[in-house]
Design a protein around this ligand. Sequence first.
Ligand code: FAD
Ligand code: EPU
Length: 339
Amino acid sequence: MLQIQENVSLKNFNTFGVDASARYFVEISHPDELTELFLDPQWKTGKTLILGGGSNMLLVDDFDGLVIRINIRGIEHRISHNDVFVEAGAGEVWNDLVNYCVVRGYAGLENLSLIPGSVGASPVQNIGAYGVELQEVFHTCRAFDVATCTFKTFNKEDCRFGYRDSIFKNELKDKYIITSVKFTLSLIPKLNLSYGAIEQELANRGISAPTVQDVSKVVAHIRVSKLPDPSTIGNAGSFFKNPVISPEQFNTIQSAFPGVVHYPAANGNVKLAAGWLIEQCGWKGKVVGHTGTWKNQALVLVNHGGATGREVYQFSSEIVDSVYAKFGVTLHREVNIIS
Ligand code: FAD
Ligand code: EPU
């Protein structure tokens, strides 16, 4: 029998550490419990929020609906020739899955080491770091259709992955609940060391023929030096996406600001480093009330203690306005805004 709790604090369920509460709260540890839950008309038609690790959301207000915390566990793998098919329950901690693979030498997830959150949320925004995106190792995911109470398997094309984007953030938002994800990994590593700091850090350690484990350790080391640990300072990683602009707009910006940090993007477009734009507007390390930006990474908004979701949201709007005023570029939030 499912235990539906009332008026539950979500402070320990979101990495921003915002003290919002849920009107109703339920924990799901088996996919079949979703059928049980949604056969009840009260929940089928009511307002719901799917919660994994709460590391990519900002709770602007108390949540006046049912929060469904996904805690479906289990990791299995099958080896076929040099391929390793790994399937994990949506409630597994992402980095536990990474470690499971890294210690066994299964290659593919090492650059995604130490990203907070759950396995189930990983396809939602096609998580990425250090030159690798989830879509490169994604096989399929299984998800519960809230409308029909049936399960569906999504392949890569179905998910319509993009930069920090997928169908689950758009057309299918709140319509499907991911219950497990399957990955295609390899026994033969094809290491991606393209992200400058990885090669530099390997060289610092005197490693010339890196293993999957070496890359994982180096990525973890770089991350810790740049990003605040949510267990000590509330945050949700990059608050905004890096904006992608046309080559014409880029040329205009580069003429005025020759130092603009940029990368090539699809179709000849240009991706700008949002952290650089925000720093140029004078926000880096600034403390504004209970919030601010991180001293080592201006793209990360932080809770210095006691910030409300609304305060962080308002602060983020000030940043959007000032970046637009200086560069004519609109920043879009990566973090899911929940109200
Ligand atoms: P949540 O915050 O719980 O949920 C995020 C969204 O997904 C919500 O809309 C939620 O409703 C939905 N969702 C969650 N679970 C499911 C499910 N099972 N089915 C359907 N929808 C679901 N991200 C990166 O891509 N790269 C990084 O390098 C990175 N670094 C980070 C560093 C720090 C310090 C922090 C705090 C965050 C970072 N993030 C990064 C963001 C975050 O870790 C990822 O987006 C992660 O995948 C979120 O997982 P979660 O379980 O916490 O999701
Ligand atoms: N920069 C600044 N000032 C800053 C921050 C960055 O000038 O305060 C410039 C620097 O030139 C730096 C460049 O921006 O070299 C890029 O910064 P960084 O390497 O930290 O990466 P990012 O573009 O800010 C992205 C992802 C991160 C991911 C890292 C590593 C987005 C929105 N963010 O950050 O993902 O970990 O690359 O791959 O794409 C997340 O999504 O939550 C996240 C943390």
